[in-house]
Design a protein around this ligand. Structure first.
Ligand SMILES: NC(=O)c1ccc[n+]([C@@H]2O[C@H](COP(=O)([O-])OP(=O)(O)OC[C@H]3O[C@@H](n4cnc5c(N)ncnc54)[C@H](OP(=O)(O)O)[C@@H]3O)[C@@H](O)[C@H]2O)c1
Length: 264
């Protein structure tokens, strides 16, 4: 698709992939809107990218999504692309008896319910546009479990399944449905996993998003930058070997006190 002259809403645009998307899509001549929960981070992003439009909004809060929709469509009626990017990943020891039942599924609300609700809210508007697209950011961890972050993988596998189903349902419409299957990258999300993930395996987020944009321009509905292409084949040809690889160090990591680490 043509990635110029669009109006694009990116959830979670203040760091990592969301920030890189915003910077590059602005350079290409698009109107770019970003969200995030932290107003100071939104203000800082506005300083660094003066042409970006910022909205404080929590993707895990259905009321906030309704409010965001009203603000965005009234101020930017040409909105035609939604990028569901906001997400978090937590290292969680499922044997920890102190885990709170409500907090335990926080990633589900952000990474899975968030995009589903965003699509539901914005789809009728996207369907009124001549060209429109939804991009959901999943992960190589949608292709294999990552036992250190057990809820995260579940959310990304769920988002991948939902994205495929959404694509089929929207076939009769002009709304294209893309999936970015992102590999591990050097962003704040990966910080709490330092020492567990091999630093040299982390992709540069700028390069990753450049490949994602190329994929969108070429209408590649599933985009596999860097190592996620390898994980795609491994998950089909040798899923057991891949899971074994992803399970390394898990027992040791949880043997230490402070085993649970949040990405926030
Ligand atoms: N980095 C990786 O290795 C990797 C690999 C594969 C897939 N991904 C996926 O890529 C996406 C972006 O990750 P990233 O690495 O760029 O993370 P990041 O640098 O931590 O950025 C996350 C962004 O999302 C926002 N955010 C988090 N929770 C939110 C919520 N409830 N509502 C609205 N905004 C929220 C954050 O801002 P606030 O905290 O201010 O809200 C921030 O702007 C995520 O979906 C992640 O799962 C990342």
């Amino acid at each position: 698709m043509d990635l110029r002259h669009n109006t694009i809403l990116i959830t979670g645009g203040t760091s990592g992939f969301g920030y890189e998307f915003a910077a590059r899509l602005l350079e290409l001549g698009n109107t770019v809107l970003i969200t995030g929960r932290n107003q100071a981070k939104l203000d800082d992003t506005k300083r660094r990218l003066p042409r970006v439009h910022t909205f404080q909004s929590d993707v895990s809060d259905p009321q906030a999504i309704q409010h965001l929709y009203q603000q965005v469509v009234s101020q930017f009626p040409a909105l035609n692309i939604l990028i569901n990017n906001a997400g978090e990943m937590r290292k969680l020891n499922l044997q920890d008896p102190t885990l709170d039942l409500l907090d335990l599924t926080r990633e589900v609300e952000i990474n899975l319910s968030g995009p589903i609700r965003m699509v539901q809210q914005f789809l009728p508007h996207l369907k009124t546009q001549q060209t429109a697209a939804i991009l959901n950011v999943t992960s190589g961890l949608a292709l294999t479990p990552f036992p250190l972050a057990p809820i995260y993988g579940g959310t990304k596998a769920g988002l991948r399944a939902y994205t495929k189903a959404l694509r089929v349902q929207l076939q009769p419409t002009q709304v294209k449905v893309f999936e970015l299957v992102a590999p591990a990258a050097k962003t704040p999300l990966a910080d709490p996993f330092a020492g567990v993930m091999d630093e040299s395996m982390l992709m540069d987020p700028g390069k990753l998003i450049a490949q994602a944009i190329e994929g969108l321009q070429q209408d590649r509905l599933e985009i596999y930058p860097g190592l996620s292409r390898v994980m795609r084949y491994m998950s089909r040809l040798a899923p057991g070997v891949l899971l074994k690889q992803m399970s390394k160090g898990v027992i040791e990591a949880f043997a230490q006190p402070q085993g649970n680490v949040s990405a926030r």
